[in-house]
Design a protein around this ligand. Structure first.
Ligand SMILES: Nc1ncnc2c1ncn2[C@@H]1O[C@H](COP(=O)(O)OP(=O)(O)OP(=O)(O)O)[C@@H](O)[C@H]1O
Length: 862
């Protein structure tokens, strides 16, 4: 194949920006040293006289003779005679004052620095040492990504490009270049079509037959843990957005894709190189990036490739043996595999085309054939693009018909692209790592896992008893499973390795797993273990029995939480503010870890047994670097009065006024305050106004940038649609859409089709429905979050802290929200809808999914 012939080149690109940057820095250093010398020339004579008496001895310790000589010469040219005692072994032959000596030392050190800098510039030694540093960085990244721990073979490695870019330039050329390359890969890796229900399904790219061992083995290891690596063949990789180091994976571009890419208005791809490189030409004018609306001929090609690959997809290299787990002998494994196949049979989208060597492969292939020749064929004949391949819709709706799990009309666009991952693999293995997760360390499930592992010497699928299927996502299926003999329930996410590899979704799986491994937060899932078998990769996660917020919202009259707000505005808005506040805290935490979530929607917000929320689904998230920034708070006078009017809006508040003497902890301060309480609030506000505000630490990945087209149509931020590059502000946009949807029962920019929705997001101004009645503060918050320019959006500068201070959250004690009893929701026990009783439903196995009824179907039209 073409890809095999591609020479593997490891490139280190030192951009011009870097050289300029270095020269500037050099210049800066010189200026700085002059600055440091201060009035050197005005006191020069004086100093000369003073230091005539100081004996200069050259260092015997200094190793670099060249530098030493140069320094010596340099020193001789200078009017002073003092060097660093450490460096030069200066002795003072005659008594001088301490002040004089220190001044001399300063001058000497500054001149040494300047001399060394000057010396290093024209010679190659410094350059090579810098290049060496870059190489070391590169190796660190690639070795980590490779996971093999072996030194990188530059000749045979992957086509990895690293460019060091000064931070301030990242948002411009190099950033764009890097992100454009992501976009290219996104364009190539997923062809998405949309259905009549706004579902977007990534189409395979036609690389099936080229899946390498490494790709398949990516989720395999002998110690029950995944091994992250960059495969030798084109594949998706994690996204990385570093402020200064940009890493991207070049992948070979098939000819027809090159053509397609050349035709793209927003990208320019050089086809001459065997690797995919992206020119710097990124369109400045806002342009729509619509992978979902690509040309029919292109889609046809992809489909052809797909079905061809499906039929030729015998891939013996996939049979990598996992000695420890050897799950091919596991009943659970085959059961699970069957389950997945069953799911694939029903839905048609989850099938792997790349495993014809197995018994299941024929089923897979038949599914693919059915998909591509049937529904897809008809859609491609151009009748209606919105009725194109809709396997995901089918799968979800069919499963829904069976009452298996709930789904909304919105699904995520996984036009996810590439780059290598940040290294932070904690090597979580089948054995539990409760110690690294303080907030869940007392959880009995850790012990249960440890017990099983001890008892059996291993921990794998066969130790689980499947109870039911909870749902099906883009990269895998989630099952409710009991760890045999322990009474412990888990959510088991099972992914088919072949499917992941063939659909280029391996990196999404890895991203999700890596993010899950980092988490330790009450509103985010705990990953207890992960393991792989020959066929499947599994994540053992915390189970959330309460369904998702989408279902919860459907159960509300009019499908919004706030319809009753006409009667009880405060109470129901508090219900909303409870959920959005918990989501906000989860997002804040993720941002602090350098994770931009990117897929916020009610369907991804699960409800725990105790009624608190849990954000799930991280396969579309962006991992990036984040630097804490200390911001000087504005003075009380500058601070808007609204901030002072609230009882407490700071998470760090330790004011006893916030601790209400209630029977249970409440995170809310009653909005209608008693006279006495109001007085005390006033007093508090007055006091606060007099106290100088403390500097604020902002840990928000503001410099993160990606060009991937990911998310859910109705939730996509304008900058994603325009392909302008996006960062953490997209989460604040989706947060605004989420709040709008909770309150009004629909998203604000939904059009009759996806195209119209996207166009509305970009160009239509925000309008609030007249009903239900929603408070001014809620609307004001939504308005701030749904500002189309990301730089002006609420939260873009200071992150969650900015949003938390909005008056909508007045009365909410952020620190205590996790301890509060979630607000009681109205129960609806209509014939067709099973009630979900949040805080009372202790037995998670009793949780029932929404039954299929007329009413339910009506809801789904939403
Ligand atoms: N920890 C969990 N507890 C209970 N149910 C879960 C859990 N995780 C996932 N689910 C259910 O399984 C379904 C599939 O989840 P999954 O995260 O795989 O995909 P998804 O949310 O549909 O999104 P995507 O297609 O983007 O991956 C979810 O819709 C949810 O209902």
């Amino acid at each position: 194949m073409e890809m095999d012939a591609v020479p593997s080149i490891s490139e280190i690109v030192e951009s011009n920006e870097e050289l300029d940057f270095e020269l500037k820095m050099d210049e800066k250093a010189r200026k700085h040293s002059v600055l440091k010398l201060g009035n050197r020339y005005s006191i020069e004579d004086d100093i000369n006289r003073l230091f005539e008496s100081i004996e200069v001895r050259t260092s015997t310790k200094h190793n670099d003779e060249v530098v030493k000589d140069a320094l010596r010469k340099k020193a001789m040219k200078r009017p002073m005679r003092v060097g660093s005692p450490q460096m030069s072994g200066i002795g003072i032959s005659e008594p001088v004052s301490l002040k004089q000596a220190l001044r001399g030392l300063c001058i000497s050190q500054a001149s040494e620095m300047a001399a060394m800098k000057r010396l290093s510039r024209p010679t190659s030694s410094s350059r090579s040492s810098e290049v060496g540093t870059i190489k070391r960085l590169y190796r660190a990244v690639v070795v980590e990504a490779d996971g093999s721990g072996l030194p990188l073979n530059e000749g045979n490695g992957n086509l990895v490009e690293i460019s060091l870019v000064p931070e301030k330039i990242t948002s411009n050329s190099s950033e764009k270049m890097f992100e454009s390359s992501e976009m290219v890969k996104a364009e190539l890796s997923h062809q998405t079509l949309h259905s009549s229900r706004d579902q977007v399904v990534p189409l395979p790219t036609g690389f099936h037959s080229e899946i390498s061992k490494e790709e398949v083995g990516e989720l395999k290891s002998t110690d029950c843990s995944f091994t992250s690596h960059v495969g030798e063949k084109p594949k998706e990789a994690d996204e990385i957005a570093l402020a200064s180091i940009k890493v991207s994976v070049k992948t070979p571009v098939p000819e027809e894709e090159k053509n397609h890419l050349h035709a793209s208005s927003s990208l320019s791809v050089s086809g001459s190189s065997p690797g995919r490189t992206v020119n710097n030409s990124v369109c400045n004018a806002p342009c729509f990036i619509k992978p979902i609306f690509r040309s029919k001929s292109f889609i046809k090609k992809k489909v052809k490739q797909d079905s061809a690959s499906a039929s030729n997809s015998s891939n013996p290299s996939n049979k990598k043996v996992n000695n420890d787990l050897n799950p091919s002998t596991s009943n659970s494994d085959s059961m699970m595999h069957d389950c997945m196949l069953e799911s694939g049979r029903r839905g048609g989208a989850k099938a792997s085309p790349a495993s014809s060597s197995t018994n299941h492969s024929t089923e897979y292939n038949s599914i693919i054939a059915d998909t591509s020749s049937g529904r897809l064929g008809s859609s491609l004949n151009g009748v209606n693009r919105t009725r194109s391949i809709s396997t995901k819709v089918d799968e979800r709706s069919r499963s829904r018909e069976k009452g298996e799990f709930s789904q909304s009309s919105k699904s995520s666009i996984g036009d996810y692209s590439s780059s290598t991952s940040i290294s932070d693999d904690s090597n979580l293995s089948g054995s539990s790592r409760s110690g690294s997760r303080p907030h869940m360390s007392k959880d009995v499930r850790w012990e249960a896992i440890r017990h099983i592992q001890k008892q059996h010497g291993s921990f794998c699928l066969k130790h689980f008893k499947l109870i039911k299927k909870l749902g099906c996502g883009d990269i895998g299926s989630v099952y409710l499973a009991e760890l045999s003999g322990t009474n412990c329930l888990f959510a088991l996410k099972v992914m088919d390795n072949d499917y992941l590899a063939s659909r280029k979704k391996m990196s999404r799986a890895l991203t999700e797993r890596k993010i899950l491994q980092m988490l330790d937060h009450p509103f985010l899932p705990t990953l207890y273990a992960h393991f792989v078998s020959d066929k499947l990769s599994c994540l053992v996660m915390e189970y959330c029995p309460g369904g998702d917020l989408h279902v919860l919202r459907q159960k509300q009259p009019g499908r919004s939480f706030a319809e009753q707000a006409a009667r009880e505005v405060n109470i129901l808005e508090e219900v909303c503010s409870f959920y959005v506040a918990e989501v906000l805290l989860a997002l804040e935490y993720l941002h602090m870890l350098g994770v931009v979530y990117r897929d916020l929607k009610p369907e991804n917000i699960l409800v725990r047994e105790d009624g608190h929320i849990m954000l799930s689904d991280f396969d579309l998230s962006l991992r990036c670097a984040v630097n804490p920034v200390l911001l000087q708070s504005s003075t009380p006078a500058e601070e808007p009065a609204k901030k002072m009017s609230s009882p407490c809006s700071e998470a760090s508040c330790i004011d006893p006024f916030c601790l209400h003497p209630a029977w249970h902890v409440s995170c809310f301060t009653p909005r209608i305050l008693s006279v006495a309480a109001a007085k005390s609030q006033k007093l508090k506000s007055d006091l606060a106004a007099q106290v100088s505000p403390l500097p604020q630490v902002v840990v928000e990945p503001t410099s993160a940038r990606s060009n991937s087209f990911v998310g859910t149509h109705e939730y996509l931020a304008p900058e994603i649609i325009k392909g302008e590059g996006h960062g953490s502000a997209v989460d604040w946009w989706t947060f605004g859409i989420f709040l709008f949807e909770l309150l009004y029962g629909r998203t604000p920019f939904k059009g009759s089709g996806n195209e119209e929705t996207l166009s509305n997001v970009v160009s239509r101004s925000l309008k609030f429905p007249s009903s239900p009645i929603v408070s001014f503060h809620a609307r004001d918050l939504i308005r701030g979050l749904l500002i189309k320019e990301p730089e002006n959006r609420l939260g873009s500068a200071k992150g969650a802290a900015e949003i938390k201070q909005h008056p909508f959250f007045d009365g909410l004690n952020w620190a205590l929200i996790r301890c509060t009893i979630p607000p009681e929701l109205p129960k609806h026990c209509d014939a067709g809808i099973t009630s979900i009783t949040f805080s009372q439903n202790k037995d998670c196995t009793k949780f029932k999914d929404v039954k299929d009824t007329e009413e339910q179907r009506v809801f789904e039209m939403f």
